[in-house]
Design a protein around this ligand. Structure first.
Ligand SMILES: *Cc1c(COP(=O)(O)O)cnc(C)c1O
Length: 396
C-alpha cells in the first residue's frame, strides 16, 4: 500500500478583479426599482406602442438637443434609414460619409440603393475632413452624414458650408454623442436631422434597442412619423412605402429614468478623460501613445476614450492589457471602404490614408461613468508599465 501523496497546493496569488471596458449593470442596477416601476406602469396600462412615455421622452430629447421635434424609432440604425427615406434618397444618389464609423452609417445609405461615398477623416479628431468632403461632391451628391465619433462633434460649420454651397442636406449621426455641443449648440440641432441611438452602450443606453430623430422642421417631423408607421396616415391609407420602426413604450419609460442622470454620467466620463490625459502627459508614454484631442469648441461627452498607439504597437498594448485583465477595444479595425460588402464600390487600400492609419492605431480604454478611481488607476499603471517596457525595448 502506497502512501497517498499530498498534492502540492499551488500558492494562491491574489488576482485583482478584471477592469471591464464597460459594465452596464453598474449603471442600471442602482436604478433597478425605478426602472422596473416605470416598466410595470406600461405593462399595467397596456399602451405598449405610442404610450405617453414615448411622447414625453421625445419632448425631453428634443429639449436636450435644442430642437422643436424628436421622433422615436426602433434603433439608431433605423433613425438613419428613416432620415434618408424622408429625403427620398435612393438609386443614383450619392451620400458622403466617413469610412471610419460604425457600419450603420453606410448601411442605411446602401439599403436604399444609394451610393455611400467615403471621405477621409482628420487625424486629430477622427471626424470627417471637410476638405475631403468638398472634393467628393458630384452632381449626384444629395446629402452628407457627419458622424460625431466617440462623443465629439464633427466640424459642423465647415460641413454645413459645403452643404449650403452645393444644395445638400446634412444628417448628423449623433448616435455616440447625445448631450455633446458644437460651439455651444447641442448636437442634433446642427443639421437638418440628427440621429440618436439608445443602444445599451451609448451614453443614454436603454434596455435594448431604441433610436430617435431630431429636427426643427414640423412638416419633416410629421413625415418621419408617417415613414416609421408603414407610411400610413391615417391608418390604412399609405402615402409612401415606409417601415415599422417604433420606440416601444417600455423602452421609453426605462430611458426616461436615465435622462435625468445623463449630465452626471457625462461629467463622470469627462473627469475620467481628464485623469487619463494628465496621467499620460509625459514623454515616456507620449513616445508610445497619443491621447485624444478635443477641437476648439467641441467638448466631447466621451462615449469612448480612444488613444492612438504608434509604430505597430497597438495590438501589443492591447495584449498587454488583456493579460492584466484590463478591457479595451478597437473601434474600428476595418474601415468601411475596405469591407467586403462594399468591394463593388471599388475603393482600395491607400484611398483614405488617415482612416486606414486610424484603424491600425486606435485603442479605446475604459471610461464608463461608474469606473472606480482604483480601477482607472490600474489602467493607468498598466499603460505606464507598457510604455516603460516599450521604451527599454527600443533603447536595446
Ligand atoms: C451605434 C451607432 C449607430 C447605430 O445605432 P443602433 O441603435 O445600434 O442601431 C449608428 N451610428 C453610429 C456611429 C453608432 O455608433
Amino acid at each position: 500500500m502506497t502512501t497517498p501523496t499530498v498534492p502540492l497546493k499551488p500558492q494562491a496569488t491574489p488576482q485583482p478583479a478584471p477592469v471591464p471596458l464597460l459594465d452596464i449593470n453598474r449603471q442600471n442596477q442602482p436604478l433597478r426599482d425605478e426602472i422596473l416601476a416605470a416598466i410595470t406602469e406600461v405593462v399595467d396600462s397596456g399602451a405598449f406602442l405610442k404610450g405617453p412615455a414615448v411622447r414625453q421622452l421625445e419632448a425631453e430629447v428634443a429639449q436636450m438637443c435644442g430642437v422643436d421635434h424628436a421622433v422615436g424609432c426602433a434603433s439608431g440604425s433605423d433613425a438613419l434609414l428613416v432620415a434618408l427615406m424622408a429625403l427620398e434618397i435612393g438609386p443614383g444618389d450619392e451620400v458622403i460619409l466617413p469610412s471610419f464609423t460604425f457600419f450603420a452609417t453606410a448601411g442605411a445609405v446602401s439599403r436604399l440603393g444609394a451610393t455611400p461615398v467615403f471621405a477621409d477623416i482628420l487625424p486629430d479628431t477622427f471626424n470627417l475632413d471637410p476638405a475631403d468632403v468638398a472634393r467628393r461632391v458630384t452632381r449626384a451628391t444629395k446629402a452628407i452624414i457627419p458622424v460625431h465619433l466617440f462623443g465629439q462633434s464633427a466640424d459642423m460649420d465647415a460641413i454645413n458650408a459645403i452643404a449650403a454651397d452645393n444644395g445638400l442636406t446634412v444628417i448628423e449621426d449623433a448616435a455616440q454623442a447625445i448631450g455633446a455641443t458644437y460651439q455651444g449648440h447641442p448636437i442634433g440641432s446642427l443639421g437638418r436631422m440628427g440621429c440618436i441611438s439608445f443602444y445599451p452602450t451609448k451614453n443614454l443606453g436603454g434596455m435594448g434597442d431604441g433610436g430617435m430623430i431630431t429636427t426643427n422642421d414640423p412638416e419633416l417631423a410629421d413625415r418621419l412619423r408617417v415613414f416609421c408607421d408603414h407610411g400610413q396616415e391615417p391608418r390604412y391609407y399609405h402615402h409612401f412605402v415606409g417601415l415599422n420602426s417604433r420606440l416601444d413604450t417600455i423602452q421609453a419609460a426605462a430611458l426616461r429614468v436615465k435622462v435625468a442622470k445623463l449630465a452626471g454620467y457625462a461629467e463622470a466620463r469627462t473627469r475620467h478623460a481628464a485623469r487619463y490625459d494628465a496621467a499620460f502627459d509625459n514623454s515616456a508614454i507620449g513616445a508610445v501613445l497619443t491621447t485624444p484631442i478635443e477641437a476648439q469648441g467641441c467638448p466631447s461627452v466621451w462615449n469612448q476614450y480612444t488613444v492612438r498607439v504608434a509604430e505597430g504597437r497597438r495590438d501589443s498594448l492591447q495584449h498587454w492589457l488583456t493579460e492584466r485583465k484590463i478591457g479595451s477595444a478597437i473601434y474600428y479595425p476595418v474601415p468601411l471602404h475596405l469591407q467586403k460588402c462594399f468591394a463593388n464600390l471599388g475603393y482600395r487600400r491607400g484611398d483614405l490614408p488617415n482612416t486606414e492609419r486610424a484603424a491600425d492605431e486606435v485603442l479605446s480604454l475604459p471610461i464608463f461613468p461608474e469606473l472606480t478611481h482604483e480601477e482607472q488607476g490600474r489602467v493607468i499603471d498598466a499603460v505606464s508599465a507598457y510604455a516603460a517596457f516599450a521604451t527599454v525595448r527600443r533603447a536595446a
